[in-house]
Design a binder for this molecule. Structure first.
Ligand code: ZN
Length: 190
């Protein structure tokens, strides 16, 4: 059973250690990945989870973006990124609303607009220990940047430029439900 590290826990401010490639297929790493994935999928708004958020200071994150009633046409993204490194970023930064699974339990979480690169190229290892070199864009690129930040000890609140955009979970849900323009800008919790 994994426990979520909340804002204020020092592990969220530490730089995660890279995982030795030979260890990726080990049972402990594989079990951690499947437990993290299960925990993430249990969170209604959750789309990403980094290992420090469950008390493990290692460079691993899982990402799962599912279609839902607010984004029915979204392609399913299911990714494990280990030892990720940003090779390049493209274009201007786009602001999307973000929250964080470590930013308060359940409905206590806060959300705010965070500018992130629209597109980026990263190298990482997947859960099979395969080295990957890929370009991601849109929401997936946004989520990846949130997760890589976690592995560097950086939290989304550090990146907020428009501080008037802070809102509670409840207000965030109101916007998602009622405003179709804003909905396009809605992220999720990661
Ligand atoms: Zn987060």
């Amino acid at each position: 059973m994994l426990t979520i590290s909340q804002f204020g826990n020092p592990i969220l401010r530490q730089k995660a250690e890279p995982i030795a490639i030979s260890r990726i297929q080990n049972k402990e790493v594989q079990v951690l990945i499947s437990d993290m994935r299960e925990l993430l999928l249990s969170k209604k708004l959750g789309v990403g989870l980094a290992a420090p958020q469950v008390g493990q200071g290692i460079a691993l994150a899982v990402i799962a973006i599912r279609p839902n009633k607010y984004r029915p046409n979204r392609e399913f993204v299911d990714l494990v990124i280990i030892n990720p490194e940003i090779i390049s970023t493209y274009g201007y930064r786009q602001q999307l609303y973000e929250g964080c699974i470590s930013g308060g339990p359940g409905k206590a979480g806060i959300f705010a607009k965070v500018p992130r690169h629209k597109k980026l190229r990263i190298v990482y290892y997947d859960e099979n220990g395969q080295r990957c070199d890929k370009v991601f864009e849109g929401l997936t690129a946004h989520v990846i940047q949130h997760e890589i930040d976690h592995l560097q000890g950086v939290l989304f609140v550090d990146r907020v430029k428009d501080t008037t955009s802070y809102m509670t979970h409840r207000e965030y849900l109101k916007i998602v439900k009622t405003d179709t323009v804003m909905r396009g800008m809605m992220g999720r919790t990661t």
